[in-house]
Design a protein around this ligand. Sequence first.
Ligand code: PLP
Length: 457
Amino acid sequence: MHNVDIDLVEMTLDVMKYAINRITDMDPVLGKPKTEKELRSLVGETITPAGIGGETAFKLFREILVKASVPIDHPRHLAFVPASPTRAAIMFDLVTSATSVHGAYWLEGGGCIFAENEAMRWLVSLTGLPEGAFGVFTSGGTEANLSAMVAAREAWRAKDEARATKRGLIITSDGAHSSVKAMAKVIDVDVEYINTEGRFEGSALIEKMAGLSEEDRSRLFAVVATAGTTNAGIIDDLAGIGRYCRDNGIWFHADAAYGGGALAASSVRNLFNGIELADSITIDPHKWLFSPYDCGAVIYREPELARQARSQGGSYLEIFHDEGARGFNPADYQIQLTRRVRGLPLWFSLAMHGTDRYQTAIERGIELANIAGRMIGETGYTELVREPSLSCVLYRRNGWTPQDYIDWTFKNHSEGFALVAPTKWRSNGSHETVARFCFINPDTTEKDIKDILETMR
Ligand SMILES: *Cc1c(COP(=O)(O)O)cnc(C)c1O
């Protein structure tokens, strides 16, 4: 394995050349979907006793596999939550891999964890949380939510022995991301939902609490609000919910996985007022902070509570907590043990560009949403379902059935033109299928939006 032969050098150059081309390609091919059967017949067997050779495998990757995958940074990929990693961050993702550093413990990863923590310090500063608050980079928002919920539940149990066997309960709203429910299942706690038609208000929480049984109230350990719903970009009443939670000793988690980037955007920062009351916050740098996949973050008001809930014992791990290894151990604050130093690409890109460039790029997403909102109102055949919120735009094509939206999505995708998907919006008690844009990529142009709207004519 250690003979650096000519083939390996050539392979390395080929791979780097590909990477450079891809990083600098402003308009990558929007891959078209293929079935597994089609792919199998095109690709054949690749895992064989003798190997098929790097050249062949790489050719299959370039010519078939990548073309059946969607580059999420395509300027006309406006479905779900797109992404737009900076070139600096992507390059540094390569460097992070090449460097081979274990990111769980300071003893091994100290220098690199230091850099991650510099980026984290900036993230924490955006939240307005008090001195002492800190966080750690996770694989994504799901793991960040899970880590926060575990910390919340364990902090609740630590306050009263009788809670050791009590099943926990959290309250959230119907706008919460599906991962909240999924992670509640993982830690085996119940979820009570508050129905909203948009924003989860502090008053709705008070009302909900009044309707809970004594027993349920005694099981409640956290309230989860969303700071930028994934579907519509709505920011819950963080101040109202946060104040109620603080007054009543309930852990307040703010899920800003998608919206968190906009904490850096001064035009909308006031909408997040109250986030500084949170006990924990989720932010996904791989969504609106231009990091490559995968990079989430969980921030705690009191990191020590997370450490007490999380840190792994084990005789072979003891040395990491020894005097000589003193330092910040990311493994103690989230679910993963072995981890890449996944905050490094964000650190490098922030260091290279400066935080002002980040603010400008995030503001552009918000601006694009407002531009799209205006254009939608002017076509004569489309209209806004609600005013754009953060970088999300919900709109309808007058007269279309749900199937029309689906056909439109697949037509644009299979032509390699755009990926824009419908969603559902609830108003007056009924669900309507509507079209949705989510802007992240500052390279998306007004012409891109115009051309997409044209396909609905
Ligand atoms: C995307 C998202 C998540 C899940 O994050 P992953 O990084 O996909 O695991 C959680 N919450 C919200 C609000 C999100 O937008």
